[in-house]
Design a protein around this ligand. Structure first.
Ligand SMILES: [Zn+2]
Ligand SMILES: [Zn+2]
Length: 239
């Protein structure tokens, strides 16, 4: 109903209009590098050169432990899409509706066969939550739960170790930084198939450590969904 009464602002360029894909104008929609348009690694979900029968990227081929069975993302974390996610993280919480809509759509594409029990957001340190105590992944998780009808579980995971911001660290430090930083809660996650939500997947270490904590607490299987994902190899992504 409100859609007809109030014209919307495109969350990328600010242009006012009536938009089909939530609040994104046609021109900005066309500029998003959707992962669904590219071949992606079947484990970490990044659009890049995939190898072998399993279509894994180099990083995933050389890794042996996968607490997060698979990660899927909406689009390449660069240019306008990256700026939009950064604005969302820095206070434009209304963008969460659009991003969560894209994430739900992507989750449906990749995880169609999977029967999820709960949606769990990646937890953050207290100072990175907004005044109401919500982190960006909490907002996305709530909205994804509303759209997909998978119950939301905001207390399945907790951050138990204060860590420096991931973005301030190098690749290797990022991985070490998060070891044992999260705790899963057995009474909330035991035996459950979990859709783990974060805004961005850069090295995948956050999702991996969260999934590890969930599995330790007895979660059956953990799958990740994020809005942005880093394109690691070069500027171009292979179609
Ligand atoms: Zn626009
Ligand atoms: Zn991979």
């Amino acid at each position: 109903m409100f859609e007809f009464l109030f014209p919307k602002k495109c969350i990328f360029c600010g242009k006012i209009g009536k938009y089909k894909f939530y609040n994104v104008c046609k021109s900005c929609y066309g500029k998003i590098e959707f992962c669904s348009d590219y071949e992606c690694c079947t484990r970490c979900g990044t659009p890049q050169i995939s190898m072998g029968e399993e279509k894994l990227c180099y990083d995933c081929m050389t890794r042996t432990y996968f607490p997060c069975k698979r990660i899927a993302s909406v689009g390449a974390y660069r240019n306008d899409f990256r700026n939009c996610i950064l604005r969302f993280k820095n206070g434009k919480t209304s963008y969460g509706k659009t991003l969560a809509y894209f994430m739900s759509r992507r989750a449906y594409e990749v995880y169609r066969e999977i029967d999820f029990d709960i949606v769990v957001p990646v937890p953050f340190d207290k100072e990175r939550q907004n005044s109401r105590g919500y982190s960006s992944s909490h907002i996305l998780g709530k909205e994804i739960s509303r759209l997909t009808k998978i119950p939301f579980e905001g207390k399945g995971l907790k951050k138990i170790k204060k860590t420096p911001k991931q973005t301030s660290l190098k690749h290797k430090e990022r991985i070490e930084n998060l070891v044992d930083a999260f705790k899963g809660y057995e009474d909330k996650v035991k035996g459950k198939t979990v859709l783990l939500v974060d805004d961005v997947c850069t090295t995948g270490s956050t999702l991996r450590e969260c999934a590890r904590a969930l599995k330790r607490a007895g979660a059956k299987t953990v799958y990740g969904i994020t809005a942005g994902t880093t394109v690691r190899f070069g500027e171009k992504i292979n179609k």
